[in-house]
Design a protein around this ligand. Structure first.
Ligand code: HEM
Length: 133
């Protein structure tokens, strides 16, 4: 029997190897807010797309029981004293990810979308909670 984290892992496998997945994600994410676009204005997006591939994988692996070292590293880099990514932006980040999965995972449905949210939430909350640390 597959766990929710297994279903998400398999969904990511179907979706993220398509060439445009990360490009579409950043298009969706940046279309949501001027503030978000501004944060990436000096970013080399080709490199960033590759980094995000790993970042999402860390969130999934964390949900599958891996230690939280990588998630803590993201919490540290995104915290107020480093990149200063306010916790309020993560809702739009997750919405953009779900929209991207809906387009790229041929087996996507509403239930799988909810499973994605439920599986990634603890890792995202850990990153948000490190904002002030
Ligand atoms: C849980 C969700 C997120 C994940 C998995 C993630 C992942 C990453 C990764 C892997 C990097 C590369 C540097 C590092 O390893 O720390 C990075 C950089 C960055 N992230 Fe995130 N991120 C997330 C959410 C966000 C949000 C919500 C924003 C803000 C709108 C954001 C803005 C940035 C910026 C501005 C950079 C640096 C870009 C540069 O080098 O110019 N991230 N992110």
């Amino acid at each position: 029997m597959s766990t929710p984290a297994d279903l998400v892992f398999q969904s990511y496998g179907r979706a993220c190897n398509q060439a445009d997945f990360f490009e579409y994600f950043y298009g969706a994410f940046m279309s949501k807010s001027e503030d978000i676009r501004a944060m990436f204005k000096n970013t080399k997006m080709e490199t960033q797309r590759g980094l995000l591939r790993g970042g999402i994988m860390w969130l999934i692996m964390h949900a599958r029981g891996m230690p939280d070292t990588k998630i803590r590293a993201l919490g540290e880099s995104h915290s107020k004293k480093n990149m200063d990514i306010h916790p309020m932006h993560y809702g739009l980040w997750l919405d953009a990810l779900i929209e991207t999965l809906e387009k790229f995972d041929p087996e996507f449905n509403q239930e799988l979308g909810s499973t994605w949210r439920e599986v990634l939430l603890p890792g995202i909350q850990m990153i948000q909670n490190m904002y002030h640390d």
